[in-house]
Design a protein around this ligand. Structure first.
Ligand code: CU
Length: 270
């Protein structure tokens, strides 16, 4: 019995570890890696899904019942009734109540996502046709992030999702993301973090996430933006604070935004 339990639980744990990207034949959401996404998954799995199933079953039952009970041979003289006040009130009120039951927790989640807590770091994501550009405004870092072609993929890199320069963020820190675009509409979306915001030229949208476990998370542009819309993925690498600091010190040199500051650095180090 213990063995079976172990096998079943290891099956789930296995999925948990690899759960940061879409899988073949996957049903449902990617596994949540932030509080916000956990709220969304709970809302969907524990409230929306049961309501949807109940409505579907009820409607199916009504249709089958009507087909059998009122078929021509069993009911040769059909009723000529066209109105029934009680039924009409019921089929207006009950759907209203169902919508209210769904709306209240839904708004709660929306407002929670909308309130950005004090950010530990800020990232700016800019959509271009067809790649993402990133900036770390407080760190003088800027770089572009292109999808890796299929022929250049390494063994652990997923097709159409891996990029050359990933966004790197520390684990358990509030990351604020400023999102905009430079040409047409794009959308910055990362399912595991429950994040999706339109990137609009001339306007800055913002969102936030706090990744709870280290790993590589994949998302895609989610606003049809042109012929290569499917080829501008989003990759976020969540690392420990130490690894993040290490990456920062490298990135400050490799992706320095201001050349002048770079020269100053060089002069200072001479
Ligand atoms: Cu796009």
């Amino acid at each position: 019995m213990k063995k079976i339990f172990f096998i079943i639980s290891s099956f789930f744990i296995f999925f948990e570890v690899l759960a940061d990207q879409p899988k073949d034949w996957q049903l449902g959401f990617q596994n949540p890696a932030s509080d916000g996404m956990r709220d969304i998954v709970n809302f969907h799995d524990n409230l929306l899904l049961p309501i949807i199933i109940a409505i579907t079953v009820f409607v199916l039952f009504l249709m089958l019942y009507a087909c059998v009970r009122f078929r021509a041979s069993a009911n040769p003289n059909p009723s000529k009734r066209t109105h029934n006040v009680t039924v009409e009130i019921l089929w207006t009120l009950i759907p209203c109540l169902i919508l209210i039951v769904m709306a209240v927790p839904s708004f709660k989640i929306l407002y929670k996502q909308d309130t950005i807590p004090k950010a530990d770091l800020t990232i700016k994501a800019v959509g271009y046709q067809w790649y993402w550009g990133y900036e770390y405004p407080d760190e003088n870092i800027i770089f572009d992030s292109y999808m890796i072609e299929e022929k250049d993929l390494k063994a652990d890199q997923p097709r159409l999702l891996a990029v050359d320069n990933e966004v790197v963020v520390p684990v358990n820190k509030v990351v604020k993301v400023l999102i905009t675009a430079n040409d047409v509409l794009h959308a910055w979306a990362l399912p595991s973090f429950g994040v999706k915001r339109d990137a609009v030229p001339g306007r800055i949208n913002e969102t936030w996430f706090k990744a709870e476990k280290e790993g590589t998370y994949y998302g895609q542009c989610s606003e049809l933006c042109g012929i290569k819309h499917a080829f501008m993925p989003i990759t976020v690498k969540v690392v420990s604070e130490e690894d993040y600091q290490e990456w920062l010190s490298e990135a400050r040199v490799k992706f320095a935004k201001e050349e002048i500051e770079n020269n100053k650095l060089k002069i200072a180090s001479k």
